[in-house]
Design a protein around this ligand. Structure first.
Ligand code: FAD
Length: 303
């Protein structure tokens, strides 16, 4: 028998949708690569009502504890595709295949990658995407932040108190000064610790067991920096590649939804960071997950 609903993703949006689906006694399954998603990386959160200063990991633990009161069928794996099959949807994941009346996508987003040599090899061995999480490991060390946009500038600001020296590498001719507050720009520019290098195209991450440096191209010249750590902070990409040609996405690859969280395909709903909702926050994602699940319930009931 077909499921009522398949929920894809178990970050704040997906977990919240699971709670609503379970309370409505829907026949549903949650397919996710991990539990907690990006929320696990939040060093400290004070914007989730009811919980003061807590790490994202601890908050996700609370979410999981809440769900334990309910019977939730889970499939830990990655969804490869969704296809319309008659009135239903066929969801193909590497942990199972499901036929459902409705689908709720809450796949969030991930860190954008440079796509250069050494990037995969040195991930978590000196290469990080989160200065707020891993910065303290580089106390009094020489590091580079790759990316002079909002993420890169905020990370540089965070590292000012920790690192001995910070090279801030920007591919374009200037850093994104209007992406953050003037106070942050002024602190970065005034600091003797920071060296801003513009027109710098990172071409490789270097190392043996751990990161030892990076290579970048500036004009015709190839240059090398000796480093203990590299923070790649060039933004985020929504986890929506598997949806291309199935639902409408915007130019950023985010799923376009209406105010009922419905996508361009009737019966397919989406919530959280993978959508074109501007605010990417835990409290917003949980609310959106609940809203999308209630819309799915209405759809299932009416159809
Ligand atoms: C460093 C950092 C600091 C942050 N600080 C804050 C903060 O202080 N306050 C705040 O409110 N927010 C903060 N955020 C943002 C917050 O983490 C996100 O807004 C929130 O996690 C979004 O929830 P989500 O459920 O939409 O997506 P996610 O949390 O990213 O979860 C996505 C889920 O989808 C799964 N998934 C993805 N693709 C597939 C697939 N193909 N098949 C199956 N499963 C899939 C993943 O495994 C995961 O379970 C921060 C984020 C970062 C990175």
């Amino acid at each position: 028998m077909a499921y009522d609903l398949v929920i894809i993703g178990a970050g704040p949006a997906g977990i919240s949708a699971c709670l609503y689906a379970a309370r409505q006694k829907l026949k549903f399954v949650c397919i996710a690569k991990d539990i907690g998603g990006l929320a696990n990386f939040i060093p400290e959160i004070d914007t989730y009502l009811g919980y003061h200063y807590m790490s994202g990991y601890e908050l996700v633990k609370k979410f999981r504890e809440h769900l334990r009161d309910y019977d939730v069928e889970a499939c830990i794996g990655s969804v490869k595709s969704i296809k319309k099959r008659g009135k239903n949807f066929f969801v193909d994941a590497d942990c199972g295949k499901y036929d459902a009346k409705s689908v709720l996508i809450a796949t969030g987003r991930g860190f954008k990658r440079l796509g250069v040599d050494g990037e995969n090899e040195f991930e978590n061995r000196g290469l990080s995407h989160c200065a707020a999480c891993d910065g303290p490991l580089f106390k009094d060390k020489v590091v580079a932040v790759v990316g002079g946009g909002k993420s890169g500038l905020l990370s540089t600001m965070f590292l000012l108190k920790i690192a001995k020296k910070i090279y801030l590498l920007e591919k374009n001719s200037k850093i994104g000064e209007n992406h953050v507050s003037p106070d942050i720009i002024s602190a970065i520019k005034k600091s003797k610790k920071v060296e801003i290098i513009t027109n710098a195209d990172t071409t490789a991450i270097l190392g043996s067991k751990f990161v030892t440096g990076l290579k970048y191209k500036q004009g015709e010249k190839i240059k090398v920096l000796n480093l203990s750590g590299v923070f790649v902070e060039i933004g985020y990409v929504p986890h929506t590649d598997f949806l291309r040609g199935f639902v409408r996405l915007n130019y950023r690859g985010e799923i376009i939804i209406d105010k009922e969280n419905e996508t361009s395909v009737k019966g397919v709903f989406a919530a959280g960071d993978c959508t074109d909702i501007q605010e990417k926050q835990v409290i917003v994602a949980t609310g959106e997950g609940a809203k999308a699940c209630m819309s799915a319930l209405t759809y299932i009931t009416e159809n």
